[in-house]
Unconditional design. Sequence first.
Lengths: 289, 418
Amino acid sequence: MKHNKLYDTLFLAPGFLVYIIFMIIPVIMCFLYSFTNWDGISASFRFIGLKNFVNLFQDASFFQALKVTLIIMVLTTLIYNILGIILAALLNDTGKLLGFSRSAIFIPTVLSAVVVAFIWSYVMQTNGGVINAIIEMFGGTKVDFYATPMTTIFMISGIICWNSLGFFVVIYISTLTTIPQEIYEACKVDGAGWFYRFFHITLPLLAPGITINCILSVAGGLKQYDHVKVITGGGPGGATQTVTLFGVEKAFEYNRRGYSSAAIIILFIIIVIFSIVQLAISKKHEVEY
Amino acid sequence: MKRIITLLMAVILVLGMFAGGAVAETAKSKIVFCVNIQPQLPVEYWQSIADAYMAYNPSVEVEIIGQPSSNVDVFQYEKTLLATGQFPDVMVMQNPADFVPSGALLAFDEGELDYLLDPNIGKIDGVQYVANYKKQVIGVFYNKDIFAANGLEVPQTYQAFLDVCEALKAKEILPVSIGIKDGWPQIMLANMLAGTDLLANDTSWGIQRNADTVKFNNPQLVKAMEKYQYICQNYAGDSLPSITYTQMLEQFFTGKAAMLPMGSWVNAEVAKAEQEFEVGWFPMPGDDNANVLSVFVNEGLSISAMTKYPDVCKDFVKFFFADKALYSDFLKGEQLFSTTKESVPYEMIPLRKYIEEAIAGMQEVEGFESMTGDAAFLPGLKDYYTNKLTQNIAIGNDVATELDNFDKEWDIAKEALN
């Protein structure tokens, strides 16, 4: 069949148009608004240069939100990837319960983040929560998961991971299936044990999967909104607020759309920098066979 | 040729239908009414108002819209509508101060709201933008059975209130049901204390704050917030950050907690009569007496300055109050207090009747964060008060530092307006 550039363009156009309207234009507008004093509702606004960015760097609540965002990002990235690789290695085998185990790990990923966060926020309640009810049933002392901002952030990170871990495991399993069995067999013949094989064959050859999972988990962690919104709403007193929550709050409750846009642009830049650095590091460690 | 003629005729027919539709459309004035959908006031209730008005004025079509989700505040939804050029013609309005600077609201002329008991309430720079449709009072609901069983009296001073709390705590009964997870329920207690210790002594304090002649970090407000913190830290249980509004109600109505500081809308819960005890009510006492009442009068109906039909909209607003059956249904849902000169009777529960009698003669002050008109908080500060200030104080942060931060937020909000 003859390759026709016109057809290529026609078939690409709808998707590309949607992408431009809903992704590119909003990003450009957000960038422009970040240099304005727009309140989000008035018909007019004026350009104020870098004032929003200067104010942001003097705003303690923005740095608090940035800190929370980075903590959640680090925790979720570690859990997704360490636990993800372990589970993928365990599930990339044969066994009676393999299908069930794979399904059990993947099912939470199809559930809505809002629903998951809502359910878990009740499960983790200090008074009346299922976990504490079980602890007390066995004579233990109840745990206050909301005791401090840090325990709450740990709890939120755990819930996020429960919700999405399956997705990362699937990527690792699919990467594992691309590793030729001959390499393992040759290694076994040479007398290598499970750990040696894991660290010297599996892990290096998993690099492409690690690259994509790290980029996705870092970007996902930095964009975190829905779980935190439902579980704590950013509270108490903004102690668990992420940058996205900060941006939405400033835009829709404080009528400071320009300021909010500046915060989101900074987050955008951070995500881009992280992704570039990750790609550069990961590419170095990818092994070809 | 035949095909072309048939096609042309079809096109003409379709265009004719559209043209006819357009004529029919222009014959009716269509207004969009943005409502606040709540459990007691579902969309069906608001639709009944629209239907009644359309029956009363057949030349008008009223379309009802409401916030898309229960976790979206109607005033935030309205901001989104305004930003996207879809601002409704008539709307439920809670924060006019957020909208007035952008010129989004139509002013009511002098005398136009004379059917209201106080048409001047909430004026901004001497102009009225809201037809206030309800008054709610804040107080402390209490479990009469627990009080009676422990020989406790309704407290008349703040110290007596603490004594009651201490006595309940000694009996291992949770004295006060408070939670900060949802962000807003805790402000009821904070508002009442700010009312007794600050606003009751200086009714123009909000206006002075907006003129920047006073600060949030002042001895009266520090005292009020320290009282609030003391109660939260000592008498509200050990899981303040994880308690939602629903759980606060559950703690009180199942008899686990003896007192619930909340707005008069709790009467709607009392009316369900699911509790196995008698519910009482008292105003939060100050140092010397229990004579100050915090009230919410910050909600009503507003009209868009961009509406094509300002007269129709004003007539619609008037109709809302004039149709006694509809207005009384509105009040009955939450056992509210009417704002019209003419009284609007509806079926009240005994507690609601009691509250009406009890508050007669009390000094009324507006809910601290919901002050109206020229005293209203600058955009964003209401949210800061609910989601930051009162939460941080409740979990034990230093009161003066938090109020200092609130003053800094005021500076930022003021600068953003300029």
